[in-house]
Ligand binder design. Structure first.
Ligand SMILES: Cc1cc2nc3c(=O)[nH]c(=O)nc-3n(C[C@H](O)[C@H](O)[C@H](O)COP(=O)(O)OP(=O)(O)OC[C@H]3O[C@@H](n4cnc5c(N)ncnc54)[C@H](O)[C@@H]3O)c2cc1C
Ligand SMILES: N[C@H](Cc1c[nH]c2cc(Cl)ccc12)C(=O)O
Length: 512
């Protein structure tokens, strides 16, 4: 029977795992988390997917329970700046494409689009981002549930059916601390100590870990949340790591925590990814500071050049701040579950944070571990199923991020030129060829769950500008009246919401 769970590592992965397992398996398992106070956490990881709502709902945390304590703000989209050409921007929002007469507004836009910005004509959220609006009114109502006087209300579907329209930005260290207090308050045993060694039994499975001051920690299931080092799964069990370096060359980052005057500057309701000569810079707005970092390829920039570029970009506010240089291990384990050891977090796999997928991988790994939990004893089939879906999910994100560079119009530096000539990920050539004939749909994007739907691929394809697929010929035979009505209705609602909603600064200042 599997009843004793030992988690090694107390970063975002460790404490998300501990609190989620405790909330779902409750007293059916004992959970011990051991974390070093000498080995630092990676110290970044501040923008998320909208699906993280499911994690907070499962562990029983409402927004007011954790957001103020973690300097959290709302994230409606990612704003991609200078990926097509200097001065150009577009959004990748949390918003599905509307459909008129069987075709998405993006397909109608290709044929009848008026402006240069498809995301402004096809998504409501673009206008809210440009106006720095909160997605909620001061009384807490979500913008989707509000309509202008005298108009019919929108269909209010369950969150399971709709694409929930926002995610979060938060201070990762504060969240891990908040989850630690929540978990220990609910019975998770926390051991602050260094794991010095991992001992294997005759099967080659983990029997216990040896700590510096608290003796041996025995368990039935060990969860490796030790970060990039993969102390249990890679170092002790020798599981091979599958590098994504061939497809995704960005292997370094340098980060700054920049104070911000939210009253003067406002709070952007989106993450910004600004394309640079040898990578891109993230700007994540928290309540009171900005998380900023330059993700780059060490083949195209040195750490000194990258830090200088980031400081210049951040401006005077970055003066005298300490920079955090990070080596990133890009790729995934061949298997994330080996014997009685499951890797979750950076120890399992990681790609650059361009689409905020790190914490999504953690949540996905934890949710699938519960679904495949070997309650009756370890089972090869459960482990095999788990490993296959984790690998497919990460490989799908690899393809999606590869497309961000391959599909970007800019080719003005060796770095961006190289992105166009890099070998395609296995199997992508056919999908890419189909994008010349039609926009991404359920039949021509990565065929396994990877967190993204066709509208995300469409947002990137039409935003990046490197590929210009032809409109569907059939649209020449169809009347566009229905689509024109949809475009007009969307524009009207966008203008009304941008005028009626509070700014994010107003919303959080009123709620803090
Ligand atoms: C540059 C960068 C930017 C990122 N941005 C985002 C983002 O915007 N959105 C997102 O979703 N994700 C992002 N991520 C990913 C995110 O940071 C991680 O997924 C998240 O922080 C989880 O890290 P972790 O807990 O796996 O590892 P870590 O944070 O490295 O924690 C490892 C833990 O293991 C412990 N440990 C290690 N060795 C021992 C030992 N011998 N004994 C005891 N304890 C030990 C450490 O003390 C620590 O507690 C980013 C990652 C990087 C590198
Ligand atoms: N599972 C989806 C993934 C997703 C959809 N739209 C976006 C936009 C951004 Cl900026 C990141 C991820 C996604 C979800 O999280 O809703």
């Amino acid at each position: 029977m599997v009843r004793r769970v030992v988690i090694v590592g107390g970063g975002t992965a460790g404490w998300m795992t501990a609190t989620y397992l405790q909330a779902t398996l409750r007293d059916k398992v004992s959970i011990t988390l051991v974390e070093s106070d000498r080995v630092p956490t990676v110290g970044v990881g501040e923008a998320t997917f909208s699906t993280i709502r499911g994690f907070f709902q499962t562990v029983g945390l409402a927004e007011q329970d954790w957001m103020p304590a973690c300097n959290a703000t709302y994230k409606l989209a990612i704003r991609f700046e200078n990926w097509r050409e200097p001065g150009h921007h577009f959004y990748h929002p949390f918003e599905r494409l509307r459909v008129a007469d069987g075709f998405t507004l993006a397909e109608w836009w290709q044929r009848y689009g008026g402006g240069e910005r498809f995301d402004q004509e096809c998504f409501l959220i673009s206008a809210l981002c440009d106006a720095k609006r909160s997605p909620r009114f001061l009384d807490g109502r979500l913008f989707e549930d509000a309509v202008p006087d005298g108009e019919e209300g929108p269909a209010t579907l369950s969150e399971q059916v709709t694409q929930f329209p926002y995610a979060y930005h938060f201070d990762a260290a504060l969240l891990a601390g908040h989850l630690m207090r929540l978990g220990t308050g609910r019975g998770v045993t926390r051991v602050v100590d260094d794991v010095l060694a991992t001992r294997l039994d005759e099967r080659g499975w983990i029997s216990h870990v040896v700590t510096r001051e608290h003796g041996d920690l025995h368990g039935d299931l060990f969860i490796d949340c030790t970060g990039f080092r993969g102390m249990l799964i890679n170092q002790a069990l020798g599981e091979p790591f599958v590098s994504y370096a061939r497809e995704l060359p960005n292997d370094r980052a340098v980060a700054l925590r920049v104070p911000s005057d939210v009253e003067r500057e406002g709070i952007r309701p989106y993450t910004t990814a600004t394309a640079m000569d040898a990578g891109w810079i993230w700007t994540i707005p928290l309540y009171g500071r900005l998380g900023m970092g330059y993700v780059y390829a060490s083949d195209h920039a040195s750490p000194e050049e990258a830090e200088r570029t980031l400081r210049d970009f951040a401006g005077p506010a970055a003066r005298d701040l300490e920079a955090n240089h990070i080596r990133m291990r890009i790729g995934r384990n061949r298997n994330s579950w080996v014997g009685n050891c499951v890797a979750i977090g950076l120890s399992s796999g990681f790609v650059e944070p361009l689409e905020s997928t790190g914490i999504f991988f953690i949540q996905h790994g934890i949710e699938q571990l519960v679904k495949h939990f070997p309650a009756g004893g370890h089972d090869d089939g459960l482990r095999r199923d788990y490993n296959r879906l984790i690998a497919r999910c990460m490989d799908g994100v690899r393809e999606f991020l590869f497309f961000h560079y391959y599909g970007a119009a800019r080719a003005d530096t060796p770095y961006w030129k190289a992105a166009k000539t890099r070998d395609l990920p296995d199997g992508f050539a056919e999908r890419l060829a189909s994008f010349e004939r039609r926009l991404p749909d359920t039949e021509n994007i990565w065929p396994h769950y990877h967190g993204f739907e066709p509208y995300s691929w469409t947002s990137m394809l039409l935003g990046l500008g490197g590929l210009t697929p032809a409109p569907r010929p059939v649209l020449d035979l169809l009347e566009p009246a229905g689509a024109r009505r949809e475009f007009a209705e969307l524009r009207r609602r966008a203008e009304w919401l941008a005028a009626e909603l509070p700014s994010q600064y107003e919303y959080f200042t009123a709620r803090h």
